[in-house]
Design a protein around this ligand. Structure first.
Ligand SMILES: Cc1cc2nc3c(=O)[nH]c(=O)nc-3n(C[C@H](O)[C@H](O)[C@H](O)COP(=O)(O)O)c2cc1C
Length: 231
């Protein structure tokens, strides 16, 4: 569909915001700091602890949502996915193995994961290597998903062009008839998990006067190293 797009966007719509309003959007951050003495020597344990705090905080929606950035031949691309496990082995999420993100991971398995816990004045940025998890582990998680999500995973050719919503809904209905609710839905061959093995994990805590705390763990042959970065 080609759109007849107006070229002048200087007049924002009535429900939009102007440049001065955008520039005035800022917050001061708090007193609560992050020190080398208080963090765990293991960044995955430190992460677990922050994720737990985010999960218990009622103002944080989707505490396990993370921005996954990948690189393909066109450049970088980011999108949100849900963290589904964290262990000593790494962090995992589930998706369509024929999606754009899957193609990008095949092109370059180095990825970034960003947890934007703005309401807690926190951000965690993880860089690491992504690889597919085993079919059995994917199937085990797939079986725990609600039936409607299982059918949805079958119905969607994620990232491909879709001529209309009706086509998708008809496909869903057809698959819902093939795998009725209450029966075991097999895992689609195009669906499964990825594990990201981190090689750096940065914990950011907002502070007064933009003097934020940034503690970064990086891997070395001797184990995890901890450093502080300028904000
Ligand atoms: C809060 C939130 C959670 C999401 N979780 C997932 C997820 O776990 N897996 C997934 O494939 N897509 C998830 N999505 C959709 C993705 O952001 C994205 O639109 C989709 O995976 C297609 O990305 P791609 O075309 O870059 O592969 C989520 C979106 C949001 C906003």
């Amino acid at each position: 569909m080609t759109l007849d797009t107006p070229m002048d966007i200087s007049k924002s719509p009535d429900d939009g915001v102007n440049r001065d309003q955008i520039r005035a959007m800022r917050r001061s951050y708090g007193e609560k700091g992050l020190s080398e003495a208080e963090v765990s020597p293991n960044p995955l344990i430190q992460f677990q602890s922050w994720l737990g705090e985010a999960a218990r905080n009622p103002i944080i929606v989707e505490p396990n949502a993370m921005v996954l950035s990948t690189m393909d031949s066109y450049g970088p691309q980011s999108r949100t996915v849900l963290l589904k496990d964290v262990s000593e082995a790494g962090l995992s999420f589930f998706t369509n193995y024929e999606s754009n993100k899957a193609k990008a991971i095949e092109f370059n398995p180095q990825v970034s994961l960003l947890f934007p816990w703005y309401a807690m004045e926190r951000q965690v940025i993880i860089r690491g290597h992504a690889s597919k998890i085993g079919t059995e582990a994917s199937a085990e998680y797939f079986a725990t998903r609600p039936w409607s999500s299982q059918i949805g995973a079958w119905a969607s050719s994620q990232s491909r062009d879709l001529e209309s919503r009706v086509v998708l809904e008809n496909r869903y209905e057809e698959l819902a008839r093939r795998y009725p609710e209450g029966t075991a839905v097999p895992i689609p061959p195009h669906w499964g998990g990825y594990m990201v093995v981190p090689h750096s994990m940065e914990f950011w805590q907002g502070r007064y006067s933009r003097l934020h705390d940034r503690l970064i763990y990086t891997t070395s042959p001797a184990g995890w190293q901890l450093s502080r970065l300028h904000p």
